[in-house]
Design a protein around this ligand. Structure first.
Ligand SMILES: N[C@@H](CCC(=O)N[C@@H](CS)C(=O)NCC(=O)O)C(=O)O
Length: 202
């Protein structure tokens, strides 16, 4: 059976869990947590030299890292990857945006404020930078979602990737009330059939 190495409270790991739940793909979940240092232990690093979760392991033993690459692999041939060439490129655009302009600020600020082992990194400068850049990312999303119900045509991997940390941005000190189009989109994502919350496990 497919195995997902992941962390329960990681948005990056929630992305493949959410998509596999929606697609009805059975999988075994193996908790490998950075809180306990398990992501850096030799037996796990032998599987993923980048020492991070999520990691998808297929039945035949092949492994795939990077949450958005895993989403694209799982979504192939499904409604979650647009068939139109331009909409598919838009989905890629928003996946890259998520990793470069969103996750490093919105997810990291949440980790700095809520993960005990990250508390020493939560300097005033780091908190200020992540707040400013995270709000910039939310502003970009607000502009897109004021004009379009989803990021790339219909509901797609782009929405899953951006939902993962945006829905819990409040834990990182972001005020989602200032972003009405983003808030309305969160509800649309949650209303899509088969949605499961972040703490869902198979
Ligand atoms: N770009 C990677 C980022 C993954 C990532 O940041 N994973 C964190 C958990 S959310 C991790 O494994 N950290 C390991 C550690 O800090 O030891 C992805 O999208 O999969």
């Amino acid at each position: 059976m497919t195995t997902l190495y992941g962390m329960a409270d990681s948005g990056n790991c929630y992305k493949p869990r959410l998509l596999m739940a929606k697609l009805g793909i059975p999988f075994t979940n193996v908790e490998v947590s950075s809180h306990t240092g398990d992501t850096r232990k030799p037996d796990y690093v032998a599987k993923n030299p980048n020492a991070m979760v999520p990691l998808l392991e297929l039945d035949d033993g092949r492994r795939l890292a990077e949450s958005n690459a895993i989403l694209l692999y799982l979504a192939e041939g499904t409604r979650f990857l647009p068939s139109d060439r331009f909409e598919r490129a838009l989905a890629y655009q928003w996946l890259f945006f998520e990793q470069y302009s969103h996750e490093p600020y919105i997810a990291v600020r949440r980790a700095l404020l809520t993960f005990p082992e990250r508390a020493r990194d939560a300097t005033p400068e780091r908190l200020a930078t992540t707040l400013e850049r995270g709000n910039k990312a939310l502003g970009v999303m607000e502009q897109r979602l004021a004009a379009s119900p989803f990021f790339a045509g219909g509901y797609s991997v782009a929405d899953i990737a951006l939902y993962a940390y945006t829905h819990d941005a409040g834990a990182g000190g972001f005020d989602l009330g200032a972003y009405p189009a983003v808030s309305a989109w969160l509800k649309r994502v949650e209303a899509d059939p088969g949605h499961v919350p972040m703490d869902w496990l198979p």
